[in-house]
Design a protein around this ligand. Sequence first.
Ligand code: HEM
Length: 218
Amino acid sequence: MKRGRTALAWLQRGLILAGGLPALHMLYRVTLALRPGGPGLGKPVIENVAQGSGRWALYFLLLSLAITPVRRVFSLHWLARFRRTLGLLAFFYAGLHAATWLLDRGRHSALSLAQSILSDVAQRPYIALGAAAFFGLVPLAVTSTRAMIRRLGPAWQRLHRLVYGVSLLAVLHFVWRAEQDAWSAVLCGMIWLASMALRLVFWARDVQRAWSEDSDAT
Ligand code: HEM
């Protein structure tokens, strides 16, 4: 039992380390660009960080959403432990993604930051979906601590159902934006659909079981 818990704690640390690797790679690209004689923070580097962080935010969000169905299908109940880490990794990359976009907007000095933001959202409306997804992730991240779970009680579970809508917005943001690489956007959409469909199946089964237990009792 104790050995199992230690192994899980190591797996958790491994997940955090592995989850930080894409950010380290982005940092490496930025450092290379900023080194003396380097090309500086041009479009390719900004795009690399903006796109990489957006993708990793979505991948971690979809992975956190997949935990419940995978856990129930394969009876891997210990997987639940990794959901919060995956969600926080998604939030971290979403924050990096939004911050990169804001910094990039701030560089367009001909316009004020607010004007630059508004004109970009008008030209690329999918940004509004991404922003809505990001604002939805904030309360989920803020309430992810054990103390908040205890304090909110059953309301915590209701609040965290927000993740279904947030992940849908994030997938639509990606699908709308994806021009050249439509396949990975479609694949993310299919993963979202599959994990929602499995949830529905489990929910229907639980309701049916509760009904039959009720009728057995009466
Ligand atoms: C304030 C919030 C957000 C803003 C302003 C924003 C903005 C953008 C922009 C401008 C791009 C295009 C980047 C480029 O082509 O260089 C983009 C792409 C993308 N965003 Fe967001 N986004 C936001 C939130 C999110 C969130 C929460 C997620 C996922 C959880 C996400 C996932 C993606 C993905 C997967 C791409 C496509 C990357 C690629 O083409 O490889 N975004 N976003």
